[in-house]
Ligand binder design. Structure first.
Ligand SMILES: [Zn+2]
Length: 278
């Protein structure tokens, strides 16, 4: 790590919890990660080796809060949620790993079995208990996110209780211990809106380090259309035709997830084209 942090071929990303430093999107909507290049001075921090690409090594440096100066005044601390939709694929992967690891390091300072302090080994990918040989690995929590349609190909969108007014999304929930992803999809949809599902198909996945989810995306067809809401979780849920959805987006009564979120691509997949929104 010391060698990497001294090499001109290393790009260093400062990480603070799930925030990284980036330059805001330019006029073309492209954002840039604000990498530091040795021998630029670097703050103290836990080094995370994030991989190499195009002859360069990428390293995350987990720093404590404080008022750290960025490489220039234009730099903001931002999350993957804000900036992910404006970054290229390599930078999304770098930022997702860096922030997922940084959040984990913040929570894994003590051994869960004996309570002794842990220390960082293996370039930031393992912590070892200082009292026993036990090694701790970063973990992710699997969650399912499902675009449910009915026999007429209407999409179900719901507003969670913790969402602001007008903010809708597809249904999502964490996978229970001992459960398969498919079973989690059927259980969540049953619990949240009372629908039984027919076909359930896997679409893809996304690391979502808020704080450590692995979002597994599905689409499914409901057997009925009558909704029975779990009102502790959901404020409302409605079926949308494409015309109704387009009108609701246009008049601002419905807002959806940012481009960086997999929910957005599920909604656009159903809609048939990308939305002209951030
Ligand atoms: Zn221990």
């Amino acid at each position: 790590m010391a060698g990497l942090l001294a090499s001109r071929d290393t790009r260093v990303l400062l990480v603070k919890g799930n925030l990284i430093q980036a330059l805001p999107p330019d006029d073309h909507g492209r954002a840039r990660v604000a990498y530091l290049t040795p021998p630029e001075p670097l703050p103290e921090g836990v080094g995370l080796y994030l991989g190499s690409s195009g002859g360069l090594d990428y390293v995350g440096l987990v720093v404590d809060g404080g008022d750290l100066e960025g490489p220039s005044q234009d730099v903001d601390w931002v999350s993957l949620r804000e900036v992910g939709g404006h970054l290229g694929e390599r930078d999304v992967a770098v930022v997702a790993s860096a922030t997922a690891l940084a959040v984990w390091h913040g929570e894994a300072r003590f051994c869960p079995s004996c309570g002794a302090p842990t220390r960082v080994v293996h370039a930031g990918w393992v912590r070892r208990c200082t009292a026993e040989a036990k090694e701790l690995f970063p973990r992710m929590d699997p969650a399912v996110i499902v675009a449910v349609t009915d026999h007429a190909d209407r999409l179900l969108l719901a507003r969670a209780q913790h969402f602001g007014p007008g903010r809708y999304s597809v249904l999502a929930g964490f996978v229970d211990a001992g459960e398969s992803l498919e079973a989690a999809v059927r259980r969540e949809v049953g619990e949240e809106v009372g629908l039984e599902l027919g076909r359930v198909s896997y679409l893809g996945s996304q690391s979502w380090p808020f704080p450590r989810s692995l979002m597994c995306a599905f689409e499914a067809q409901a057997r009925g259309t009558d909704l029975t809401l779990d009102t502790e979780e959901l404020a409302e849920a409605h079926w949308f035709t494409r015309a109704e959805f387009a009108a609701a987006i246009a008049d601002g009564s419905v807002h959806v997830a940012p481009r960086s979120a997999i929910a957005r691509s599920q909604i656009e997949r159903w809609y048939g084209r990308a939305l002209d929104l951030p």
